[in-house]
Design a protein around this ligand. Structure first.
Ligand SMILES: Cc1cc2nc3c(=O)[nH]c(=O)nc-3n(C[C@H](O)[C@H](O)[C@H](O)COP(=O)(O)OP(=O)(O)OC[C@H]3O[C@@H](n4cnc5c(N)ncnc54)[C@H](O)[C@@H]3O)c2cc1C
Length: 536
């Protein structure tokens, strides 16, 4: 394999049984589990494993439900209809079981769960900084080699097309790296299109692009338009607390019907050019104290700005969180979180979460549960796959990346301009929140045209290639997202079609999507495990 990028100081190569790409909760659980199965594991992260990604800076609710049959049944029902009845009850049960076990393991490992007034530990919420510090420690103790600040750029594949490692750059060393492995777990998180939502600056859909270049399929990409309420002057997107808020126009009159649940009315008001203000005035004293304890970082921007959000109004906006709190991602084809590429497994937000929340957001509990469950399953499967490969010396490996990786004389990609162009198609509420066939077609035409330009462009320096790949991954993600949205001619889950405002029984399926230059979509029947009282 040849080096692609000029300007680097050197290369660093190593071998592993399992390569983990991404060191958020999903990647950490996968790494620990793969190592516990005897695999030699390397984990690479674009940032610093332990403080990078969506979980690290936030308080996180977890779908932790005791194995009481009534409570479990209620938990499974909670998002079933909201998610357009696309979730699979068998997967929900598995995730509830695995999450219960994994959270209890966290307690054994010393996670400091708070106790309620009766002295009982509250295990349904985790503080990102403590959780991820503990996970990094456990990953290191498991003997996993960590490469921080080392974004992966492309996958390596063998002569049969199986995933066999990856290549990337070590930003702080100015050099490239290559890890040859027998299996790969993609745990690069979702894509929030650099909307400035806290923790999502590294989440540009890189894993989707890398996997798609190796031939992987995605699913649920139409459910990728999660918008969260945030103060207009800050990046913290904790929509839950706005359950206690009143929303008003500048003159103090209420925005009719607006609430955290009915965010579309806030979007409409903002679209009409109004400023919208919130005040968290419905929280009583006990709730206010609990909020500060549960999510200290929610209050930081207010404290800095000298605003008391309980007694003063402040301007709000809606920030796109894309697939981070949407449910789209790489398509999973078995219980071990295999993708459609042999040897490639997906976990966390890199994978579709339709299996447990259909088309409704996985934020607030399900996503965290999915990250720890799918991470553990993907890590175990990757370790098993690596054992089946045995001696890998005979494998002939090639690089599978094809987009903006090689220098192209005279056509350097302008990543900043590309990012702005993609954002102009995915941020506006009248394009992405409220969708119509004609506006989706218009956006797709624009995005496809830019894709052709990007195909002819390259990046010639190490310091430019990471950003170029991020921009290209955002573009690819936007195209899969709108290609899926245009064929779902109905309203289901978070996918709202103004021209088809009702759910259509004949479209009760998921949508697989793939391809780079030519994007294809195909409906996939929903497997609904038999469940008394729940109609498929
Ligand atoms: C503000 C906020 C609050 C949330 N609250 C909740 C909640 O209460 N409950 C809930 O269930 N969910 C919540 N979510 C969603 C939850 O945070 C995510 O589902 C979860 O973080 C997913 O874990 P992950 O490991 O898949 O991805 P992440 O935690 O996002 O980690 C992905 C990792 O991959 C790395 N990476 C990315 N690209 C590359 C690359 N090219 N090469 C190498 N590494 C790469 C990143 O640096 C990062 O470390 C919230 C999300 C946000 C934004």
């Amino acid at each position: 394999m040849t080096q692609r990028i000029a300007g680097g100081a050197g290369t660093s190569d190593c071998e592993a049984d399992v390569l983990l790409i991404g060191g958020g909760p999903a990647g950490c659980w996968a790494a620990i589990t793969a190592a516990s199965h005897g695999a030699r594991v390397v984990l690479v992260d674009k940032g610093y494993c332990g403080s990078s990604g969506a979980t690290a800076p936030s308080g996180t609710g977890v779908w932790y439900v005791s194995p009481d049959p009534t409570k479990r049944a209620e938990a499974m029902q909670s998002r079933d209809v909201l998610g357009g009845r696309l979730a699979d009850h068998g997967w929900m049960r598995r995730v509830l079981d695995r999450t219960y076990g994994n959270v209890n393991l966290l307690a054994e490992w010393g996670y400091p769960f708070p106790r309620d007034d009766h002295g009982v530990e509250r295990r349904d919420s985790l503080q990102g900084p403590e959780y991820m510090r503990l996970m990094r420690r456990r990953v290191k103790e498991a003997g996993v080699k960590i490469l921080d600040h080392s974004p992966a750029l492309e996958l390596l594949v063998d002569e049969d097309g199986a995933a066999a490692g990856a290549a990337g750059v070590r930003r702080q060393h100015g050099e490239s790296w290559t890890v040859r492995s027998k299996a790969v777990v993609m745990a690069t998180g979702g894509c929030a299109f650099l909307s400035k939502a806290l923790g999502t600056n590294v989440l540009t859909g890189d894993g989707y692009l890398m996997a798609a270049e190796a031939g992987a399929e995605l699913s649920g990409m139409e459910f990728s338009n999660a918008y969260a309420i945030a103060p207009a002057f800050a990046s913290v997107t904790k929509t839950l607390f706005y359950n206690w808020a009143t929303f008003t126009y500048r003159d103090g009159s209420p925005v009719p019907g607006a609430s955290s649940r009915h965010r579309s009315l806030i979007a409409r008001a903002l679209l009409e050019g109004h400023e919208v203000f919130a005040q968290i005035d419905k929280a009583d004293e006990a709730t206010r104290i609990a909020m500060r304890g549960a999510q200290p970082n929610f209050f930081l921007p207010f404290d800095r700005a000298g605003i008391d959000p309980f007694t003063q109004r402040f301007p709000v906006t809606l920030r796109l969180e894309g697939t981070v709190r949407g449910t789209g991602g790489l398509r999973i084809v078995d219980e071990g979180c295999a993708t459609t590429v042999p040897g490639l497994y997906a976990a966390g937000d890199a994978a579709t979460r339709e299996l447990i929340c259909g088309g409704f957001t996985g934020g607030g509990s399900h996503n965290a549960a999915w990250a720890m469950s799918s991470g553990a399953w993907a890590g175990a499967s990757a370790a098993e796959f690596s054992q089946q490969i045995g001696d890998a010396a005979h494998r002939h490996l090639t690089r599978s990346g094809t987009v903006v990786l090689a220098p192209r004389d005279g056509h350097e990609l302008d990543a900043d301009a590309l990012i702005r162009t993609v954002q102009a198609e995915v941020f506006p509420y009248d394009k992405n929140y409220f969708r119509t066939g004609s506006s989706l077609a218009h956006s797709l035409e624009r995005l496809d045209e830019i894709w052709r330009d990007v195909r002819a462009a390259g990046a010639s320096k190490v310091e430019r290639v990471v950003k170029a790949r991020e921009a290209a991954a955002m573009l690819a993600t936007a195209r899969w997202m709108y290609s899926s949205a245009i064929v779902r001619a109905e309203t289901r889950g978070m996918h709202k079609r103004e021209d088809f405002p009702q759910e259509d029984r004949t479209q009760h399926h998921t949508i697989a999507v793939g391809g780079l230059d030519e994007i294809w979509t195909t409906p996939v029947p929903v497997a609904r495990a038999a469940e008394a009282g729940i109609a498929a």
